[in-house]
Ligand binder design. Structure first.
Ligand SMILES: Cc1ncc(C[n+]2csc(CCOP(=O)(O)OP(=O)(O)O)c2C)c(N)n1
Length: 323
């Protein structure tokens, strides 16, 4: 598939931005100013960027606890993300949600859930709403291999196939669910084989290769938008850092350093950067301009978050609805 150089740079920039945001969070986390757990997605950036780059603002996504990348790739506001991590009123959930409850309705991000698998029926329902309204909006759901253990995935897939819903199920198989390896939980090689194939387009891809992700994303978004029903894409990837918090807080011993080193060699950001430089699409001056722009944007977001007030006791009642 032909992808313009401009598009390639755009994809690279978005991945780099998510990477640098994650790194800054990780670097500052032990200062204890971010009053929420964080689940960083370093190593998985190609998936959120590749898939979201094919969506319109009006399309929906639903996300999970490891959702910073999904939020940013869909166009969620960085200032509101960082303020949310500080539990401040400037946050995207007004400081009440923390990192696992991100949302930006203005760009079609309809929320992330801390309940593993929780975003799957929500995203399926969003697909149903599009179909009932006769709109062309598609719904994309990001979830992990741990969530693929949950029965709700198969109920949702069945419903989406039955009603031919415009839903794209994006499984980020990062090999681990907390400290439990995928091989300890799955029978057989491929999770996606479990998805019945006659009513569901399914495929397994290298989730660390942004161009492969972009290519399949284009295909499945077009299918969904044109009434061909749901798709299920398993993306092989790896969580480079710990399950939650900063790296130093990750329990040791559940995975080999050698495994981590092997996956670091498959880094989606560095590898794409190398290709772009080799192909003379990215120059060192463009790269340093990108780095500066991103770094400045992150500085501003952290300083805004510090300035933003904490919620008050009265705010506790502001967002409670009752009839
Ligand atoms: C229903 C439910 N069960 C268990 C948990 C505890 N828990 C939080 S994250 C997580 C791992 C999820 O793994 P996966 O879906 O593969 O996502 P990853 O963390 O690897 O990105 C678990 C078991 C939870 N939050 N919700």
């Amino acid at each position: 598939m032909k992808i313009s150089n401009e598009k390639k740079l755009e994809l690279f920039y978005e991945m780099l931005r998510i990477r640098r945001v994650q790194e800054r969070i990780e670097a500052l986390y032990m200062n204890d100013e971010m009053k929420t757990p964080v689940h960083l997605c370093i190593g998985q950036e190609a998936i959120s960027v590749g898939f979201c780059s094919l969506l319109q603002k009006e399309d929906y996504i639903s996300s999970n606890h490891r959702g910073h990348g999904h939020y940013l790739a869909k166009g969620g506001d960085l200032n509101a993300l960082i303020a949310e991590l500080h539990c401040k009123t400037g946050g995207c959930s007004k400081g009440f949600g923390g990192s696992m409850h991100l949302i930006d309705v203005s760009v079609g991000h309809l929320g992330s859930s801390a309940i593993v698998g929780g975003g799957i029926p929500i995203g399926t329902g969003l697909g149903l709403s599009s179909k009932m309204k006769g709109s062309k909006n598609v719904s994309m759901i990001f979830f992990g291999d741990g969530a693929a253990d949950e029965g709700v995935l198969y109920e949702s897939l069945n419903f989406a196939m039955l009603k031919k819903l415009p839903v794209i199920y994006v499984l980020e198989n990062n090999q681990w669910s907390v400290c439990s390896h995928v091989s300890a939980r799955k029978a057989g090689e491929n999770i996606f084989h479990k998805a019945p194939s006659d009513l569901l387009f399914s495929s397994k891809i290298d989730g660390n290769d942004i161009l492969s992700v972009y290519e399949i994303a284009k295909q499945v978004v077009e299918r969904a938008r044109n009434g061909f029903g749901p798709s299920f894409i398993e993306c092989e990837t790896y969580r480079i850092l710990g399950h939650a918090g900063s790296l130093s807080q990750d329990p040791k011993g559940y995975r080999d350093q050698e495994e981590i080193e092997q996956w670091k060699k498959k880094c989606p950001v560095i590898n794409f950067q190398t290709i772009l430089i080799q192909d003379q699409i990215l120059t060192t001056s463009i790269l340093s301009e990108m780095e500066q722009r991103i770094s400045y944007e992150i500085d501003v977001a952290f300083s805004n978050a510090k300035e933003s007030p904490l919620p008050t006791k009265e705010d506790l009642y502001t967002y409670i609805f009752c009839e």
